[in-house]
Design a protein. Sequence first.
Length: 198
Amino acid sequence: MKQSKKERTRKEIIQAAKDIVQDKGYEFVTVRHLAEVTGYSYTNLYYYFKDLNTLLWVLRLDMIEDMIAELTSITFTGDDPVKEILDVFCCYTDYFFKHPNAFRFFYFYAFVQPEGDESFQSLEERFSGMWQTSFSGLVQSGIIRANDIEVIAKTIIYALQGMIMLSFSSNGTAKQDDINKELAKLINFLFKKNKDNL
């Protein structure tokens, strides 16, 4: 289906904003800076987005789509479900080490959901489905129970986000390999413990 000029222009603006976030940080995404980068007048940008908050909200959803695409590129063979889940979370870490400004954008910018926008809910459901798929090998192997997936996934994600945040802090010394090693310890501990308790 052919995109309208308005849709193409919105994508151009979002791509320009994404480039700014990844290169310099979300603090540099201003209407005036976007106007300079895209060549559109800053007043014209308001034709495509109600305000800067709406643009940043749409940008966030677009960047989450990028992350989902990267995370779903992992192939599951079923040979070693613990290693596969470790690979998924290492991919998550790798994504943010490749895009540290994206991490800061996701977790430090105070997003305000535009009224009537249900897009984020749809993404949340896709993420939930993705975790169900990622953990299915562990369930089939009897290592965890299906109704424990959400709490286990959140435990790992929150621990991982904390490690990444500490690494990116001004006093952070943990490197990507250090985080992946800690992640491996956590995952092996959780799944060995769960397997022993089943």
